[in-house]
Design a protein around this ligand. Structure first.
Ligand code: ARG
Length: 258
């Protein structure tokens, strides 16, 4: 009799322990953690990423990453970071993905992994509207004050030109393209070099115009850490699908339409 009494107590104790333990574990099994994808962008690059009248970061890249993330069951948190700081922020895990009109280059592909491309662009020379100065190429910018954004392919293009020709251009690197364009408008720069679609957008919003396009044939990709292979594969799959949808056409129309 005594043994079976202890047995009952033991069984009850075991059942209670299991019940308590499963209470602790159960919520973790049933409620999947909300997966938040931290997206870094430099919002000085309309129509891809810019700050709207309400102070929100919006643009083609933002809608694109939100749509793709949604398909993959992620929520998105957009974080504003100067372009130059995006790759460092990705590597130190402050963000999980870069969506910032970033050109896929060999140099960058050594440190980050790019998705398949989603956009093509060249570089454009922007000048003040109606100014007598009409540069047609980089040669025409020799000894001129030229604004670019730090860490961009435009900055690289001008530096390469200087190295290769031995000529001099007074390159001024800005943390933001908006600040560069403002300085152009104010007469502190002779020209700004920026990606062609962005130059066209600045030309709509500011008293500036495109005086020449330099064919660079750049392709934009989203970037993740190289060891984030699973995320890269999922993004690529969703991106390739998404680029075929009407929703993508609508996003482009929303920001470039008319
Ligand atoms: N496409 C150029 C590059 O990758 C410029 C990108 C600048 N992007 C931005 N959001 N400001 O270097």
């Amino acid at each position: 009799m005594a043994i079976s009494k202890y047995l009952v107590v033991l069984i009850v104790a075991v059942v209670v322990v299991i019940a308590l333990a499963s209470l602790l574990i159960y919520p973790r099994l049933t409620t999947p953690p909300t997966k938040v994808l931290k997206v870094g962008t430099s919002p000085d690059f309309p129509p891809f990423e810019f700050i709207d009248e309400k102070g929100n970061i919006v643009g083609i890249d933002i809608d694109l990453i939100k749509a793709i993330a949604k398909r993959l069951g992620y929520e998105v948190e957009v974080i504003s970071i100067d372009f130059e700081g995006l790759i460092p922020a990705l590597l130190n895990k402050q963000i999980d993905i870069i969506a910032s009109g970033m050109t896929i280059t060999e140099e960058r592909a050594e440190v980050v992994a790019f998705t398949t491309p989603y956009w093509e662009a060249d570089q454009a020379i922007l000048i003040v509207m109606g100014s007598g100065f009409k540069p047609r190429s980089l040669d025409d910018l020799v000894n001129k004050k030229v604004g670019v954004q730090s860490g961009t392919t435009a900055e690289q293009l001008v530096h390469d030109y200087i190295t290769n020709t031995g000529k001099s251009i007074d390159v001024r690197s800005y943390s933001s393209y908006v600040l560069a364009v403002v300085d152009l408008v104010n007469g502190r720069l002779d020209a700004v070099i920026v990606d062609s679609p962005v130059a066209q957008m600045f030309a709509k919003e500011y008293n500036v115009e495109v005086s020449a396009v330099i064919q660079t044939g750049e392709k934009y990709g989203l970037a993740v850490r190289k060891d984030d292979v699973e995320l890269l594969n999922k993004l690529n799959e969703a991106l390739e699908e998404f680029l075929k949808t009407d929703e993508w056409i609508q996003i482009i129309d929303k920001y470039l339409g008319g």
